[in-house]
Design a protein around this ligand. Structure first.
Ligand SMILES: Nc1ncnc2c1ncn2[C@@H]1O[C@H](COP(=O)(O)OP(=O)(O)OP(=O)(O)O)[C@@H](O)[C@H]1O
Length: 385
């Protein structure tokens, strides 16, 4: 067994799962924001900089054929797995192959009201092109009069967020394992010129073996150059986004630093119950480490969570290699990790098999009205679904 494997397996003993009661050190979850004038400001800013064609450029990759394959009658809806600002995710079972899937449902009216049409279409587009071991796979999309639907793999192990809150904080090797898998996912997205823009523990799911699956591409976008939209989740947003400067992929490396910090500390570095104060902290506050942070991780975090873009790791000449080659990751055998060939620090207890929902919180169920006839004034806005 090589050093990386040793490192990870040690963590099984260290992780105090189920021993500590859930402890919420700050707001119970990180709520996303998307500025309401998103589309308008993006257009204004682009044209003023002569970048009008950036958004219109097509990715160099071909989307998989995902629309028109399914409709609501293909699935039996079982229960709610999660709710977000823009929609609800249900566990569903296919009437054809008996398999379980996650069905994300977004109400067209809400999308339009919150000015998320572009983001929703981008989410669909981005998910239809990505294929990576640590990223959720989408199988198809469709729409009815009032909703759009996305069918994805159901990931049984729950959110990294729940595990983190139960554990309070992760030991160094556990945080390192999850960070390393997330790092490979970000590296892959960036290689396709996709910025993810919403990295946080709620959007990192664990599969039944304990490997990472990144979900929620609601803010992901094809950006070969720079973009402007204020979106993300306050604690995790990079300073250049807060100050509405043009920004690029490096915002994901900032958030990656915040994720590592939160996994190790149990809280995010710039948190304040007042969101405006959080932004102020992101722009001005000094990054302070708890005393138990080791020197190598302090070094890595100070190079990721830096406001100076010319110094931020991931944004330099060697791109993601600088992150992967940092001493904190020295035990990680990246090729083995990518093949999921490294023992996970924690296997979610999903004894009931594929449709087990024990790792997800219960949400109040609403009456299902999907598929009903009604006025559909927005079909043309979602023509790709
Ligand atoms: N493929 C999946 N398998 C299992 N659970 C999932 C899956 N996708 C999403 N979920 C659950 O549903 C929750 C909400 O999903 P998602 O984040 O995509 O919705 P959202 O409306 O965009 O949320 P947000 O407000 O965070 O942007 C997730 O945090 C997770 O708990």
């Amino acid at each position: 067994m090589d050093s990386a494997e040793n490192d990870m397996s040690d963590t099984l003993q260290e992780l105090p799962l189920g021993v500590l009661s859930p402890q919420v050190t700050q707001g119970s979850f990180h709520e996303p924001i998307a500025r309401e004038d998103t589309q308008q400001s993006e257009q204004l800013d682009k044209s003023s900089l002569g970048l009008e064609n950036v958004a219109a450029q097509k990715p160099s990759f071909q989307p998989r054929q995902t629309s028109g394959k399914y409709n609501l009658n293909d699935f039996h809806i079982l229960r709610t797995l999660g709710t977000g600002s823009f929609g609800r995710v249900h566990l569903v079972r296919s009437n054809h192959n008996g398999r379980f899937y996650a069905m994300k449902v977004l109400k067209k009216k809400t999308i339009v009201k919150l000015k998320q049409v572009e983001h929703t279409n981008d989410e669909r587009r981005m998910l239809s092109v990505v294929a990576h071991p640590f990223i959720i796979r989408m199988w198809g999309t469709f729409q009815d009069h009032q909703q759009v639907f996305m069918i994805m793999d159901y990931i049984e192990g729950g959110e990294l967020f729940s595990l983190l809150r139960k554990s309070q904080r992760f030991p160094n090797p556990v945080a390192k394992f999850y960070a390393a898998e997330v790092c490979l996912a970000l590296e892959y997205l960036h290689s396709l010129d996709i910025i993810y823009r919403d990295l946080k523990p709620e959007n990192v799911l664990l599969d039944k073996n304990g490997h990472v699956k990144i979900t929620d591409f609601g803010f992901a976008k094809f950006v070969p150059d720079v973009t402007f939209t204020l979106c993300g989740t306050p604690d995790y947003i990079a300073p250049e986004v807060v100050s509405t400067k043009p920004y690029n992929k490096s915002v994901d490396w900032w958030s990656f630093g915040i994720l590592i910090f939160e996994m190790l500390a149990g809280y995010t570095p710039f948190y304040d119950s007042n969101t405006m104060k959080t932004y102020e902290n992101i722009l001005n506050a000094e990054l302070q480490f708890p005393p138990f942070f080791q020197a190598d991780v302090q070094d890595l975090l100070s190079k990721l969570i830096t406001r100076d873009l010319s110094k931020r790791l991931g944004n330099l000449q060697n791109g993601s290699d600088d992150v992967k080659n940092h001493p904190w990751f020295s035990e990680v055998v990246w090729e083995k990790l990518l093949c999921r060939n490294i023992e996970t620090p924690y296997e979610p207890p999903v004894q009931a098999g594929q449709g087990d929902t024990s790792q997800y919180d219960r949400y109040p169920e609403e009456e299902i009205t999907y598929g009903r006839d009604g006025e559909d004034t927005h079909r043309e806005l979602f023509s790709e679904f």
